[in-house]
Structure formats: structure tokens, C-alpha cells
Design a binder for this molecule. Structure first.
Ligand SMILES: Nc1ncnc2c1ncn2[C@@H]1O[C@H](COP(=O)(O)OP(=O)(O)O)[C@@H](O)[C@H]1O
Ligand SMILES: [Mg+2]
Length: 308
């Protein structure tokens, strides 16, 4: 078999044909070997510090999750820019999978969401098993700091006092921390061979985060894509019996794996959502941050029944 690793390196990358796409602050080059119709590698480039962290995170993720993460091949850096190289995963996003079918689209969507939720639980399990065994670190303090900083943001004006109460209460109790991907959204889950799910984009990985950061992101992004694809009220989605049942299973799996009660779950859900707001504001993704603030408002308005 052709050894790809031997054949892509920063020195020879220019020899390959490429198709380049730009995302917000990254450049993604999809690399092809001569005459091949299928790409074989992806190069992600951007500012040195961000890319370096993402490269290191990706390594860690690969060590934790094996082939649920694309293989990682090389790294190159100049004074201010850097790139790393990844195995190309035949790119099929959930929306492409849906678009490929003319009929039963919604059924396919529901089926895929069930599989994505199973995938999420398997990743959660692995993150939990590999949680760092050290006492509270700066990273943990950062998490509390991040969620409390959100209180003073103008977007949070409507929920300021309730959020403040939750943060003050949460500061006094011991909270679980574990590894989180940090941006566990539908767009970052690729469908590889046999629809095997592969998680990409490890920029926001945190080894010591609130355990519901990924959960909140995933459920928000599932509802968002449901709305985009089918123009339906996202609140309808988890009323579908199979999905409702699966979502309840996911929640109870988390409660039992973390050994926490419903109240702690709700507190962590609010704090995790606040962290996601913070993360998006820091990256100047204001539109996304605003959507997440809306979710936070909903949660706070209904603290006893936070999500699902
Ligand atoms: N390993 C990969 N295989 C195939 N496509 C990829 C791979 N990595 C990234 N992509 C494509 O590039 C897009 C952006 O990559 P991502 O790492 O999510 O960057 P961003 O940080 O800009 O969101 C993805 O949505 C996907 O379409
Ligand atoms: Mg992405």
C-alpha cells in the first residue's frame, strides 16, 4: 500500500495539487496527488500560536480516541504562521448525507442523529476515563472565571442577576472537570468510511473543562441544523419519540457516569453554556455567541428543566 505519511511533508507539499478553502481565520488546503480524483491529505494553516495549540491538542485527541480522530502527519512553522497536515476523511457532513436522498430525508436525519448521540457518548466515556487526576488547576479556575465574566456582557443584561446567583452558588460547590472537545458541533463531525464518525477541529480542546460543554454545544447545533434543513421549530425535534428516548438515555448515562444529580446537571449546563458564550466572544464570533446567549436565557428562565 502507498505510504502516505512518507509522501507528504512540509518540504514536498507544494508538489501536490490542491483545492483551498478559507474559513474564518484558517486556511484549509485539500491536497491531491497527481491524477488522483480523491484527495489524500488536508493542510490547516493560520496564526502560529493558535495552530501550534491545535496541533498539540490534535495529538492528544488522537492518543485518547484513536481513529475517531484523523491521523496527524506533520507540522511546519515560520515566525508568525504555521500549518499541520491531516489524513483526509472522505468529506461527508450530515447535511450532505441528507441532501443525497430525495425521500425520507427526515427519517435519515433522525437516524443519523441517533448515531451521532451514540458517538458523543462513546467520546464522553473516553474523555471521562482519561480525566487528569490532579487537583484543581489554573484551567479549572479559568472555567469558573469564564462563566462569571459573561455576567457583565451586554448580551447577558436580561439574565444578569439570575446568572450571578448561579455562579455564586456554583463557586462554593465541588464541580467535576474532564476533557472536552470544546466545539462539538455537527460541522465538526465528518462521516468517514461506512459512515464512521470522525471528530475534527481540536482548536478549543480543554483537558479540564466543565463536563457539559460538549453536550450543550452538540444539542444546540443539532437543533440549529434541524431548523436550517427542515424549516421547523427546533423545539419539535426532541419531541420525536425515538429522539426523546435517546436524549433521555444520554442524559441518564451522563448523570450516572459523573455520579451527579439533576440539580448539579442543571448548574453545569448553565455554566457550560456561559463558557461557550465566552469562547465565541473571544474569537469574535458574535453571531454564534448571540445564539448561545439565547439558549442561556432559555435555560435560566427554566432552571428546573434545563434541557430536554
Ligand atoms: N481531515 C479532514 N478531512 C476532510 N475534510 C476536512 C478535514 N479537516 C477539515 N476538513 C474540512 O475543512 C473544514 C474546516 O475544518 P475545521 O478543522 O473544522 O476548521 P475551522 O476551525 O475553520 O472550523 C471542515 O468543515 C471540513 O469540511
Ligand atoms: Mg470546524
Amino acid at each position: 500500500m502507498f505510504n502516505i505519511k512518507k509522501n507528504v511533508s512540509p518540504e514536498n507539499a507544494d508538489l501536490f495539487n490542491r483545492f483551498v478553502l478559507f474559513t474564518s481565520d484558517r486556511q484549509i488546503a485539500i491536497l491531491f496527488k497527481d491524477k488522483d480524483s480523491q484527495p489524500f491529505a488536508v493542510r490547516k494553516s493560520g496564526p502560529l500560536t493558535g495552530i501550534k495549540t491545535e496541533y498539540q491538542n490534535h495529538h492528544m485527541a488522537r492518543a485518547l480516541l484513536g481513529d475517531k480522530v484523523p491521523d496527524i502527519w506533520g507540522f511546519e512553522a515560520s515566525t508568525d504562521k504555521a500549518s499541520f497536515y491531516l489524513e483526509y476523511v472522505p468529506e461527508r457532513l450530515l447535511s450532505n448525507v441528507i441532501a443525497e436522498s430525495f425521500i425520507y430525508k427526515k427519517k435519515i436525519f433522525f437516524k443519523e442523529i441517533l448515531l451521532i448521540l451514540d458517538f458523543y457518548i462513546s467520546v464522553f466515556n473516553c474523555f471521562l476515563e482519561n480525566r487528569p487526576s490532579f487537583p484543581p488547576s489554573d484551567k479549572e479556575k479559568d472555567m469558573v472565571k469564564m462563566s462569571s465574566e459573561i455576567i457583565s456582557h451586554p448580551f447577558a443584561s436580561k439574565i444578569k442577576s439570575q446568572l450571578n446567583q448561579i455562579v455564586i452558588k456554583a463557586e462554593k460547590i465541588k464541580k467535576p472537570y474532564m476533557v472536552q472537545h470544546g466545539d462539538f458541533c455537527i460541522r465538526n463531525i465528518l462521516f468517514g468510511h461506512n459512515k464512521k464518525k470522525i471528530l475534527i477541529d481540536w482548536e478549543d480542546m480543554n483537558i479540564s473543562a466543565f463536563p457539559l460543554v460538549d453536550y450543550m454545544m452538540l444539542f444546540m447545533s443539532i437543533q440549529e441544523i434541524f431548523q436550517q434543513l427542515f424549516h421547523m421549530n427546533p423545539a419539535q425535534l426532541f419531541k420525536v419519540p425515538e429522539l426523546k428516548k435517546k436524549a433521555a438515555e444520554v442524559k441518564s448515562a451522563i448523570l450516572s457516569m459523573l455520579c451527579i444529580d439533576n440539580e448539579m446537571f442543571n448548574t453545569l449546563a448553565v455554566l457550560s453554556t456561559a463558557v461557550l458564550c465566552h469562547q465565541n466572544l473571544e474569537k469574535k464570533r458574535d453571531a454564534t455567541a448571540q445564539l448561545i446567549f439565547k439558549e442561556l436565557e432559555k435555560q435560566i428562565g427554566n432552571v428546573s428543566d434545563i434541557i430536554l
